[in-house]
Design a protein around this ligand. Sequence first.
Ligand code: HEM
Length: 527
Amino acid sequence: MAVNRQSLPLNTNIMVPILSSFTVVIIIVILSKLHLKKTRNLLPSPKTRNLLPSPPALPIIGNLHQLGPYLHRSFHSLSKKYGPILLLYLGSIPAIVISSADLAEQVMKTQDLTFSTRPPSSIANRLFYNCSDIAFARYGEHWRQMKRICVVHLLSVKMVQSFRSVIDEEASLLLSNIKAAWPSPLNLSKMIRVLTNDIICRVALGKKYSGDDGFREMIKEASLLLGSFPMKDYIPRLSWVDKLSGLNARVKKNFEMVDGFLERVLQDHAVRREEDVDGGREHHEEFVDFVDVLLSQNKNDGTSGGFRLDMDSIKALIWEMFAAGTDTIYITIEWILAELITHPSVMSKAQEEVRRVLGSSQSVTEEALNKMDYLKAVIREALRMHPPVPTLVPREAMKVTELDGYVIPKGTRVFINVWTISRDPKYWEKPEEFWPERFLKSNSVDFKGQNFEFTPFGSGRRSCPGINFSTLTIECVLAKLLLAFDWEVPNENKNEVHDMSEAFGMSTHKKYNLLLKAKPYSFPSAK
Ligand code: HEM
């Protein structure tokens, strides 16, 4: 799920848009003074706090003042000083930050069950129907059944293969639009964003909504809200600020829009199903979207081990596919292209491979992809340097436990900083260099969750169920883009295109758009 996004499933960027507002800072300072004594009593005793390395915390806000908008970078700096496990207070919430592969393995494998729940999030609670989704759901029977449905029915290898034609059609449409733009520059970032949104729309809802401005705004607002910082969750005594700042009203409005939209989608599908049955037609002969699958699960609820997939859970799951799927895939493709364009020799090698394997054929089959080792290495290298969810989705300790000899109280939040781990010189040669060849070695690591120095999709019970779908989409789209065009950076855009700065947002996407020229490529014999 999409995105450097803390609350999002994907959103680990807790930050600070609201907190940094002047008014709130003043309020905090006054309250700090007024309640200093009382607050001291609320913090754990010095003895408990000393158990883990921890930067000094302030009353009320804890360590929030030490965190910037790029949470993974703030955690990175703190881990340089305090080590691979450290304790922070996010307001009144204790949180540990993990920055080594060994400790990540402890959390996601050895003690996976202990760390299998998600912390509460008031915004996700509202937007995802009391956390009836997967990514925000607390560990338990509901989450287990929802994840099973997702893994077995929505994102199974067979289902993902059935989406191939959708991915192919949408990518071909993208190529036509790019061709039409030559020789003018184009905003490739924007085009890829629309592409991934269209693919997810068709796969999840059965049709595209990209032409609908209201739909785009609704998704954008939802992801902004999921990336925001509700006082209620971290400094409960300041929860009134959420009302004053308009946050509560925005959440309510967005929920009502999303709910109305999903109601209409479900209605449309239900009517179509009835028409198919009345007309004696076989329902969805060629392609079944997520809504169809979930509605049939809902109908067959007796066969799903007694689990009742109610309408709220269906809506939460459908909506989550957007939250988790759109940005992550878009961001990954954007970073890969940015790195390729910045490293022309890598670009040439990748293009040479794609053109050799595919020839003039536009069809990117599974067999063809299996011959593109270099392209796969490029994708891994981009995910290593730019993991879209850099601190994973936070977990929470379900009971008191021990990590690295430190006592971890029940309810402690856990962030795993994969951004730091996947550039740690202890595991990676030349970690700051974009060097896909590192993944061509016979003993190279994979991102499937078994190598804890490289887990952009997480690992264990809470790992990402969208890994096959993402990999297929990224590989197909990239192969087509490298096959069909030679890429040029207009002089006036050079600085922005090659600038690898990150933007603040739900996920760590590139700060500056890819404004490029795409020269259509013709195979020598076809000239
Ligand atoms: C490049 C693409 C993607 C990346 C890098 C990514 C990454 C992640 C990460 C890091 C997590 C949290 C793992 C953990 O806590 O250990 C996650 C969870 C999740 N992802 Fe993805 N994701 C991607 C694409 C997708 C797609 C396409 C979908 C669905 C269409 C999806 C659905 C989910 C869901 C439902 C969860 C929650 C799993 C749970 O809590 O049990 N993701 N993803």
